[in-house]
Design a protein around this ligand. Structure first.
Ligand code: SAH
Length: 390
């Protein structure tokens, strides 16, 4: 088998599974892009098997410490283990990310389950070439009605894979309804997997919706960056006095209103840039939720991103009534927990207020973190309450 010899001190010797070009000492046997290769250390000792793509910055991603082929047995075993993990985690396995890339030993493979429908992404070349086999294994394991391939991530460019959306199994599904068990009685969402705008839900935030909704009863709630209304709907169903939801996307606001009607609750959904909305808002709230998209995809833009977080934190705090609560989330891997918390404190200093932390949140268990691969940890959130003025 063709393969690569890795330089000493590479990250693979520290618990990681990725090999960057700068970490390669030698390539042997002329491996082709998308193939399985063997990895060796500089003394020729085997380090396992990886998928290879010289076009990517991450040239090799280890899939096993042993010899391994990308065959049916492999996918059945790994996907089976991933499904079992969700079942044991106490989350509803029918509304979950059932395979998440490196965290499930399948680099680049993402499978989201919405009841009887699956959405597959294959974001590495080797996995993209195996997608028919992966779909077949999913059919054997779960008998879904449909499998949509949705390869539309910016990650594809780096791997040299074309963007595409197509059916791998079953008929194109019409819009359907799923129920998230975030509050008593559940929250219903309309899902349209083939609508380029809306797609699925932010499954990684379902636990946070539940936890924040617990604080919403009788409160005036503002959900900024609401998308399809995840937080807003859970809070409204939990008995909030009023709920305002803001998103800059027209289709997100439409979806939020549709979902509100579906759940029999009232949400004041506003299409607006959240920065401007927060700046000009004259109302007071008891609970402000901030869940923006990642402001930074790389280290270079981190300072700008932190300025963005600081601005929404400061403005969010200023809208809070006495002992009000702010729930704020950051889904960028580059902004660490410490940096994000520092940012919140800095905003509170400017607002001349002290904050008490009520809860700290992370990505749901269907997005498992591998401490050896720090890139797998990206979502953090803090729920903070204003202390009485002193
Ligand atoms: N809170 C949601 C997920 C939010 S995703 C949930 O829990 O399900 C981020 C959302 O921010 C997207 O819907 C996007 O349309 C919106 N968005 C991005 N930039 C924005 C801006 N400047 N102002 C308001 N909304 C914005």
């Amino acid at each position: 088998m063709a393969g690569i010899i890795i330089k000493p001190r590479a990250r693979i010797f520290h618990g990681h599974d990725w090999v960057y070009a700068s970490e390669i000492r030698k390539i042997f046997g002329e491996p082709k892009a998308g193939e399985v290769i063997s990895l060796k250390d500089y003394r020729d000792r085997p380090l396992g098997t990886a998928i290879y793509n010289p076009e990517s910055q991450i040239v090799a991603r280890r899939i096993s410490r042993r010899k391994q082929k990308l065959d049916e047995e492999f996918f059945t075993r790994r996907i089976g283990q991933a499904i079992e993990l969700r079942e044991r985690s106490g989350i509803d396995p029918r509304l979950a990310r059932i395979v998440w890339s490196e965290s499930d030993g399948l680099p680049g493979v993402i499978v989201d389950r919405y009841g009887d429908h699956l959405v597959l992404q294959t974001l590495t070349l080797a996995m993209s070439l195996s997608r028919e086999l992966i779909a077949q294994v999913l059919v054997d394991l779960l008998s879904p009605e449909s499998i949509v391939l949705r390869n539309d991530s910016p990650m594809l460019v780096a791997e040299g894979i074309e963007e595409e959306t197509l059916m791998l199994h079953g008929e194109r599904p019409a819009a359907f309804i799923v129920e998230a068990p975030t509050v008593e009685g559940g929250v219903k969402f309309e899902i349209d997997l083939l609508d380029g705008q809306k797609t699925g839900l932010y499954l990684d935030q379902l636990d946070a919706h539940r936890e924040v909704a617990k604080l919403a009863k009788g409160k005036r709630v503002l959900d900024c960056f609401c998308n399809q209304g995840g937080f807003a709907l859970a809070c409204a169903k939990a008995g909030a006095a009023s709920v305002t939801a803001v998103d800059s996307s027209e289709s997100a606001i439409e979806a939020t209103l549709k979902n509100a009607a579906l759940n029999g609750v009232e949400i004041n959904a506003v299409k607006h840039n959240a920065f401007d909305f927060l700046k000009h808002c004259e109302d007071e709230y008891d609970l402000v939720i901030l869940d923006p998209p990642s402001f930074t995809k790389n280290k270079k833009s981190l300072n700008n991103a932190m300025r963005g977080y600081k601005e929404i934190h400061l403005r969010g705090l200023k809208l809070l009534d006495r002992d009000g609560v702010m729930a704020t989330y950051c889904c960028s891997h580059h902004a660490t927990r410490e940096l994000f918390l520092e940012n919140i404190v800095s905003a509170s200093v400017d607002a001349k207020r002290s904050l008490r932390m009520i809860a700290s949140h992370g990505q749901r268990l269907d997005h498992p973190v591998l401490p050896g691969i720090p890139e797998t940890e990206y979502l953090k959130g803090f729920v903070l309450q204003l202390m009485p003025s002193r």
